[in-house]
Design a protein around this ligand. Structure first.
Ligand code: ATP
Ligand code: MG
Length: 577
């Protein structure tokens, strides 16, 4: 890994939070033998989103800061919704963010055999039973928040029978849903998760990792704690919705023979004091003006609201990357939102600020005219070409200079000319002057219109004594961007904006989030013109197009003969009033 990436895993300026403090205490008390082992456990049933980035940054950086390591483990117990495409994409995203997992990629499915044996152990200890209630019946028997549940009629099935039935479940003798394996805990528990939760269900489906080897699949709750134990995870960090599952996490591990866990663990035999992992919860990242749950994202794709998981309007890492977000900006954002136990909604402006801040420093400047209007300069010859030299970054000379050809015909943006200018208009008007950025001061002397009265061309003349110099005897306030008409290159530009125009599209007060889609979340402009250096230099794929915003090359849709640029973000926040 490159040094810069290493830094991202162990930024020494990371602010403290309750999890970092807890880990520091655990290290001080030698609770886990001085080890810090974390994991990031995505379910490969969709693309990663900005919420996952928070969890990734937390797990990987905490490990790195404490000389520990962080595993990548696919939580793949629900094959119906999972796929290899999602596995591959998740791995790419984590690397792109600048993190590297310890050792090989792990899968909960690697542990299916162990999980089966541990389930047998629970059965043998009279702590699990095979239940024949249908899913609907099981729901009825479960009770409610105010009423205790009812014992399953199969709760007292003999141990021998349970062993036999569970074995037969495994070999495929029963139909989906006909039996389940349940933990025998307490149907009257105030915590519904403890009312004899299901440990295994029958599903005759192919699995992306194990093929058709299994037709029973363990549940998330049963699998997660054991997988953590096998990997010697010391701190199992998850989001708050799992707080009520923590008693089950602990129950399962505490009811398995510790020697049997140690025997199958990664560090088997190499540690003196095997300690069970511990779950700690933190608040999920929530962001306004978007929806980030995978279920919502999938629905937006399925119903055509967006094009795909990597649509640049999506809060997925793939979408944000395509939109032009840098990994550093996402890491900085995750660091700055902090980690706590109280739920709050982060303002989208904060995410946008982090990308602006990064690109302001790193993006080379260039000129791109989004809505070209021809301006002919009558006092230079038809074949006139002057190669102007412009600095790539106003504050960083080290970013070098580029050549920008100036010719008799240039394009300016339609919006930079007004026939009837509003008060305070500082751009071009008939008989008025502006500076063409990095070039001369120009005066507009004629406006040409078509038969419908539309302005189709301007004629002007330059003051030849104003290149790099102030005009004599007068002040010219406005500066506009431009490109050479003959040397510029046509490109497509996509102007992206927030997907929703309300803060909380997911709110209960809104019947259908489709009613609050921002109609301007994507505006495609086909006839834009960039200065040639943007295409010809090939040294950068992202730019600040002066006065327009930050843009990046759309790697997927660009062709040699027509590049596509995505607007990452405007120059200023246009949303906060
Ligand atoms: P979603 O609700 O989008 O489906 P999930 O939690 O089901 O998310 P997983 O793949 O199971 O998705 O999550 C992997 C890890 O990422 C988990 O540890 C989960 O707690 C964490 N995570 C998911 N969403 C967020 C979020 N918004 N903020 C912080 N961490 C999150
Ligand atoms: Mg999930």
């Amino acid at each position: 890994m490159a040094d810069s990436e290493k830094d991202s895993q162990s930024s020494s300026t990371a602010p403290s939070n309750f999890i970092r403090n807890k880990i520091a205490e655990d290290l001080a008390s030698n609770k886990h033998g001085g080890l810090v082992q974390t994991r990031f456990p995505p379910e490969p049933n969709g693309y990663l989103h900005i919420g996952h980035a928070k969890s990734i940054c937390l797990n990987f950086s905490i490990a790195a800061q404490n000389n520990g390591s962080c595993n990548l483990r696919f939580d793949d117990t629900n094959p119906a919704k999972e796929s290899q495409e999602f596995v591959d994409e998740i791995k790419n995203n984590i690397k792109w963010l600048g993190f590297d997992w310890s050792g090989k990629v792990r899968y909960s499915s690697n542990y299916f055999e162990h999980l089966y044996n541990f389930a047998m152990q629970l059965i043998e200890n009279n702590l699990a039973y095979v239940c024949s209630l249908s899913p609907d019946q099981a729901r009825e028997y479960r009770g409610s928040l105010t009423e205790p549940g009812t014992n399953s009629p199969d709760r007292d099935r003999s141990q021998a029978e349970n062993i036999e039935l569970f074995r037969r479940m495994r070999v495929g003798e029963f139909k989906d849903g006909s039996f389940s394996l349940r933990a025998k805990i307490d149907m009257a528990s105030r915590n519904i998760n403890m009312r004899d939760p299901v440990l295994y269900r029958i599903r005759h489906i192919n699995h992306h990792q194990t093929g058709d080897k299994w037709c029973i699949y363990p549940t998330y709750d049963y699998t997660h704690c054991i997988s953590d134990a096998i990997e010697n995870v010391t701190h199992s960090l998850c989001t708050l919705e799992f707080e009520d599952h923590r008693p089950l996490y602990d129950w399962i591990l505490q009811n398995l023979a510790i020697e049997s866990l140690e025997k199958v663990s990664d560090l088997a035999g190499s540690i003196d004091n095997y300690v069970l992992p511990e779950q700690t919860e933190f608040a999920k990242l929530k962001l306004n003006y978007t929806m980030i749950g995978k279920r919502n994202l999938k629905e937006m794709i399925d119903t055509g609201v967006v094009k795909a998981w990597d649509d640049p309007r999506m809060p997925t890492l793939a979408g944000m990357r395509r939109r032009g977000f840098t990994a550093a900006s996402i890491r900085n954002f995750c660091e700055s939102v902090g980690v706590s136990r109280s739920e709050s909604v982060v303002d989208m402006g904060m995410l946008e600020h982090s990308i602006r801040e990064d690109l302001d420093k790193t993006a080379p400047r260039a000129m791109c005219v989004l809505n070209p209007l021809k301006l002919t300069i009558e006092n230079v010859d038809a074949d006139f070409v002057e190669k102007l030299s412009l600095q790539n970054h106003p504050k960083q000379e080290s970013m070098g200079r580029r050549e920008v050809p100036f010719t008799r015909e240039v394009f300016i943006d339609r919006q930079d000319f007004e026939e009837k200018p509003p008060a305070g208009f500082k751009r071009l008007v008939l008989n008025g002057e502006v500076r063409l950025r990095g070039s001369y001061v120009i005066k507009c002397i004629e406006v040409i219109k078509d038969s419908a009265g539309e302005v189709i061309e301007l004629v002007g003349s330059i003051d030849k004594d104003t290149l790099g110099k102030r005009p004599k005897g007068r002040k010219v306030k406005g500066v506009i961007h431009w490109v050479s008409a003959s040397a510029s290159i046509p490109v497509t530009v996509r102007l992206y904006d927030r997907l929703f125009n309300v803060e909380n599209p997911d709110s209960k007060d809104i019947d259908d989030y489709r009613q609050c889609l921002n109609p301007n979340s994507l505006l495609t402009l086909e006839n834009c013109r960039v200065e040639p250096s943007v295409i010809e230099n090939g040294s950068s794929s992202f730019f600040q197009f002066e006065r327009e915003g930050y843009f990046c090359v759309d790697e997927k849709d660009s062709r040699n003969n027509k590049m596509v640029f995505n607007r990452t973000i405007t120059l200023r926040d246009s949303w906060s009033s």
